[in-house]
Design a protein around this ligand. Structure first.
Ligand code: HPA
Length: 281
């Protein structure tokens, strides 16, 4: 476990502020395939993660590892193009380090996207789901990102996790989806570290627990954001239907996930654009 102090966050923040003067209001952590939204940012200062002290390096495919500070759809924003995952070997404190740095930069809101396997039997590949709540199986086994040395400047010792997903943002994005004629489910996301996909028995267990979609990211960042008083909107792209039958012929593969992400991206981008354009606070 990495025990960061305030000085670590401050050093990263100072390095960014030296290069980029803008003060972002919204942070975006863009998951698989959505990174090119960053190209739409104007007046952007683009900083590779390896130029930011203590920032984790992104190693996953299609996760570029560039921080963009500028204006996106009219809003002062900071975009993480590429995130790191616990399945790469990072601990939850490293995965969430950038969230606290973005808080220091000034963000009050955080928009997160991810790819997820659909567990709810009503979901099909290509659907979108706004996250309403989560089940943090990793956190329950001791991998809570706020565990360890407490940095009081960053947030309280104990984090309330009701309303971790900002209720007004959920409502807003649901309205935007209706206006666009897009299907947007609202559901419970479960975080598992991975990188193995879930076994069929695990999928059936998750379904019984009330989980609608499962993935390998997002929840650590949401917990740290909530701890820091940041308002979160998180949207999952359902890239595959989780397999719940050990006799099924189909198997879940990374290729399937990437292939299906591509067809979802235009709709997810449209929702992000609408949300940003209409953003108040
Ligand atoms: N399980 C876990 N993570 C995922 C999946 C899945 O089925 N699809 C995309 N990310």
């Amino acid at each position: 476990m990495t025990d960061y102090t305030l000085a670590h966050y401050q050093e990263a923040c100072d390095a960014i502020e030296k290069l980029a003067q803008a003060r972002p209001k919204i942070g975006l952590i863009l998951g698989s395939g959505l990174g090119d939204l960053a190209e739409l940012m104007v007046d952007a200062v683009r900083i590779p993660y390896d130029q930011i002290p203590h920032f984790p390096r992104s190693g996953a495919p299609s996760h570029a590892g560039i921080l963009h500070v500028g204006t996106l759809f009219g809003q002062p924003a900071v975009i993480m193009q590429g995130r790191v995952h616990m399945y790469e070997g990072y601990d939850p404190q490293q995965v969430t380090f950038p969230v606290r740095v973005m808080k220091m930069l000034g963000i009050e809101s955080l928009l997160i996207t991810n790819a997820a396997g659909g567990i709810n039997e009503a979901y099909v590949v290509g659907d979108l789901m706004v996250i309403d709540d989560h089940i943090d199986l990793a956190g329950m086994t001791g991998l809570d990102p706020t565990r360890g040395g407490h940095v009081p400047e960053m947030g309280p010792r104990f984090t309330p996790l009701n309303q971790a997903y900002h209720r007004d943002y959920i409502q807003k994005v649901q309205q935007l989806a209706v206006a666009r004629g897009l299907t947007l489910h609202k559901g419970v996301y479960s975080f598992l570290v991975g990188p193995s996909f879930e076994s069929p028995a695990e999928i059936r267990m998750l379904r019984q627990m009330g989980v609608d979609a499962v993935g390998m990211s997002t929840v650590p960042e949401v917990i740290v954001a909530r701890n820091a008083g940041i308002k979160v909107l998180a949207i999952s792209a359902i890239t595959n239907v989780a397999i719940d039958d050990p006799d099924a012929e189909a198997i879940t593969t990374e290729e399937e996930v990437w292939e299906n992400v591509k067809q979802i991206i235009p709709r997810l981008k449209a929702l992000v654009e609408d949300f940003m354009t209409d953003f108040k606070d």
